[in-house]
Write a new protein. Structure first.
Length: 361
């Protein structure tokens, strides 16, 4: 019989762009088999967006190593330590074996049923059949290992209406140092995912369209998560607040971003010629340019106000009250339209000049 690791973890985050989403890229329709709630909403307490003491719940499939389990636990805990512990949070990690995935799905769907989130039978069927169910995540890891080609998928898959931040991940093989991936590189991915929870914790509406509008354009959502993860993993490694025995050093912050500038521009040229980075969405073939150039955009905005943590110090605390554009102007001192014009000019500068805005880490 497979075993599941249910690890209580100390930090938390994130919320629902949409009920089911892949690696923060592809979205699908919301599930339509929720329970009807008989709860008196006037007596329920909504703790959304509050810093919490309770640890996150991390569920790891039985076929995964202790290195994977400990990496996820450490990453979420350390990210929450520096950005705030937002929850409740569930993080479900798939391996490659069918039996272990089915056991994890059974636990997940029993949990959904007990909480009144989903009917168990529909939950189990969804996990087997959906593009974003547990089986799809298992298959990503299985295909990567059998082909020898690194590929992974993880993301926040809900769920504001359940009052939780819910994540699902394929095999995070970097923690096992396979397929050329490293634990430190995988740690950046965990921080990235957690920052999405932080973003969503500042958006209180239960209405999907309102939440989507408040989150802002794709480049801002994903660029923020890339920038914050790349920066703060390096900062915490340098300070000793994050300790890893991985002997593989990360590229410097500047080298990493120089690569992103090149890859982002190439992605647009090859897959979406003529498209402005501000117009890139998850559905376009050049969607990853929103991640790469979006990270540069956040670095640019942070440099503009001389605050590398401007997102949390300035922007997100204003978001609910002022809306995305209002918070943008109040935080960075310019309108988004003026920023787009200025940033287009920045993008054509030499990389040496561009890199002057980046931290020396």
């Amino acid at each position: 019989m497979s075993f599941l690791f249910n690890i209580r973890i100390i930090k938390i985050f994130f919320l629902s762009l949409l009920f089911i989403a892949s690696l923060c890229i592809v979205s699908c329709g919301e599930l339509d088999f929720l329970y009807d709630s008989d709860e008196d909403e006037s007596t329920s307490v909504d703790t959304w967006g509050q810093i919490m003491d309770e640890p996150a719940d991390v569920f790891v499939a039985a076929d995964l190593s202790d290195a994977v389990k400990n990496g996820i636990v450490t990453g979420l805990a350390k990210a929450a330590e520096v950005w705030g512990n937002y929850g409740p949070l569930e993080y479900w990690v798939l391996g490659t074996e069918v039996d272990a995935a089915n056991d994890l799905s059974e636990l997940y769907c029993e949990r959904r049923s007990q909480r009144g989130d989903l009917y168990k039978s529909n939950c189990l069927a969804h996990n087997q059949q959906s593009d974003h169910g547990f089986e799809s995540y298992r298959k990503v890891g299985y295909d990567a290992i059998t082909s020898g080609q690194a590929s992974s998928s993880m993301g926040r898959n809900g769920a504001r209406d359940w009052g939780i931040h819910r994540f699902t991940s394929s095999y995070p093989f970097g923690f096992d140092s396979v397929l050329g991936a490293t634990p430190k590189g995988e740690m950046i991915t965990v921080y990235h995912e957690y920052f999405h929870a932080v973003q969503h914790a500042f958006v209180f509406s239960l209405d999907f369209d309102e939440r989507d509008e408040l989150m802002g354009p794709t480049w801002f959502v994903e660029g923020a998560a890339v920038y914050m993860a790349e920066l703060f993993v390096r900062k915490m490694l340098a300070s000793g607040d994050l300790v890893m025995t991985d002997n593989n050093d990360l590229d410097t912050f500047k080298v990493s971003f120089e690569f992103k500038m090149d890859s982002g521009k190439q992605s647009i040229d090859n897959d979406c010629p003529g498209t402005s980075f501000k117009d890139i969405t998850y559905e376009l073939g050049c969607s990853y340019a929103a991640y790469d150039l979006g990270a540069w955009a956040i670095a640019y905005l942070s440099d503009l106000v001389a605050d590398e943590n401007a997102l949390l110090n300035r922007f997100y605390p204003k978001l609910n009250e002022l809306g995305w554009e209002g918070a943008f102007q109040a935080s960075f001192g310019i309108s988004s339209s003026q920023f787009y014009a200025d940033f287009d000019g920045f993008l054509i500068k030499d990389i040496e000049e561009q890199s002057l805005i980046l931290s020396d880490l």
